[in-house]
Design a protein around this ligand. Structure first.
Ligand SMILES: NC(=O)c1ccc[n+]([C@@H]2O[C@H](COP(=O)([O-])OP(=O)(O)OC[C@H]3O[C@@H](n4cnc5c(N)ncnc54)[C@H](OP(=O)(O)O)[C@@H]3O)[C@@H](O)[C@H]2O)c1
Length: 295
């Protein structure tokens, strides 16, 4: 069997078209544009490129978008005051603080200072709690993107055996919480593996849907995958440079071998990656709708 590709690029494009329409509707019916501020502290090149991509996407959708650049030397108190300002700004519905922050700033304190109603990254404990009890306003972006990839590719999650490799707070734990809910696009039986798991292959070989977020190139080999499984590769690993001087990327799955066993598989790049920013946009539209009482 050679797997079909799940194109995150194409699914993200479809969702962005839908969000563009919703944004226009909000402008017409409520005189409101979804407002997103991205706060960048310092000039870390990776952070600059992430923030630039988020701003570009929000402008393309017609959002009210604000880029707030702060120097590396900003104090924790000043950053907290800035967040408080945006918490009280009615034109801003979503606040994103680009991580990592400089060492002298307590990241947790900063993330907890964001009004949960404006926490479009879904990292505030209030939103993590709401997700866990199945009453989420905002799902964290990467796992929300994975769920959309499954739903929009017609993958049946109801009753499926899902195995997740990796238990980070931004990918592994939330995707488990999302897919175990008694809800549409979920209702799966989920198992989570990590470096303390005794026999990872024993679990991965049982998976109808295998989601890998280990941050280790080719951590999942073909022998670890069941024939016909759906494989979602979250990993983004830099493994050198292309002749054109671009970073060469690979996932956490041995793509060439695993695609011969899987029924569906995400490529890297072009799989989960494009979905993450799109889900941030979706959360911002949701935040604006909640703020104005739109359905
Ligand atoms: N495309 C996107 O938008 C996107 C977004 C976020 C992350 N990512 C990528 O996804 C990957 C994971 O990110 P993350 O932030 O979740 O990583 P992380 O915080 O480093 O967590 C990795 C997890 O994988 C587990 N793990 C590592 N090696 C393993 C192995 N060989 N077998 C089983 N479990 C193993 C670790 O176990 P322990 O807990 O036991 O240490 C940990 O729970 C990275 O490549 C990252 O770049 C992509």
């Amino acid at each position: 069997m050679t797997a079909q590709l799940i194109s995150g690029t194409e699914i993200a494009r479809q969702i962005r078209e839908e969000l563009k329409e919703e944004t226009a509707r909000l402008r017409d019916a409520y005189a409101t544009a979804p407002g997103l501020v991205t706060i960048l502290v310092g000039e870390n090149p990776a952070s600059v490129s992430y923030v630039t991509a988020k701003q570009k996407a929000s402008k393309e959708l017609g959002f009210h978008s604000v880029q707030d650049n702060q120097p590396e030397s900003i104090t924790e108190a000043d950053l907290l005051a800035l967040i408080d300002k945006y918490n009280r700004d009615p034109k801003i519905h979503g606040i994103l603080v680009q991580l990592p922050l400089p060492k002298h700033i307590n990241e947790t304190k900063v993330l907890y200072a964001i009004d949960p109603k404006k926490d479009v990254d879904g990292f505030h404990p209030v939103n993590v709690g709401k997700m866990t009890i199945g009453e989420a306003d905002y799902l964290p972006c990467t796992p929300a993107g994975i769920q959309q990839l499954l739903i929009r590719s017609g993958v049946k999650t109801d009753g499926a055996e899902v195995v997740v490799v990796g238990r980070s707070n931004i990918v592994g734990k939330p995707i488990v919480n999302i897919l175990l809910q008694k809800q549409k696009g979920a209702n799966a039986t989920v198992t989570i593996c990590h470096t303390g798991t005794r026999d990872i292959a024993f679990h991965t070989r049982r998976a109808d849907i295998l989601i890998v977020a280990a941050g280790k190139p080719k951590a999942v080999t073909a022998e670890m995958v069941k024939e016909g499984a759906v494989v979602i590769d979250v990993g983004v690993n830099r493994i050198g440079m292309t002749p054109e001087g671009k970073a060469k990327l690979c996932g956490d799955v041995d793509f060439d071998a695993v695609k011969e066993k899987a029924s569906l598989i995400t490529p890297v790049p072009g799989g989960v990656g494009p979905m993450t920013i799109t889900m941030l946009m979706m959360n911002t539209v949701k935040a604006a709708k909640l703020a104005v009482g739109a359905r």
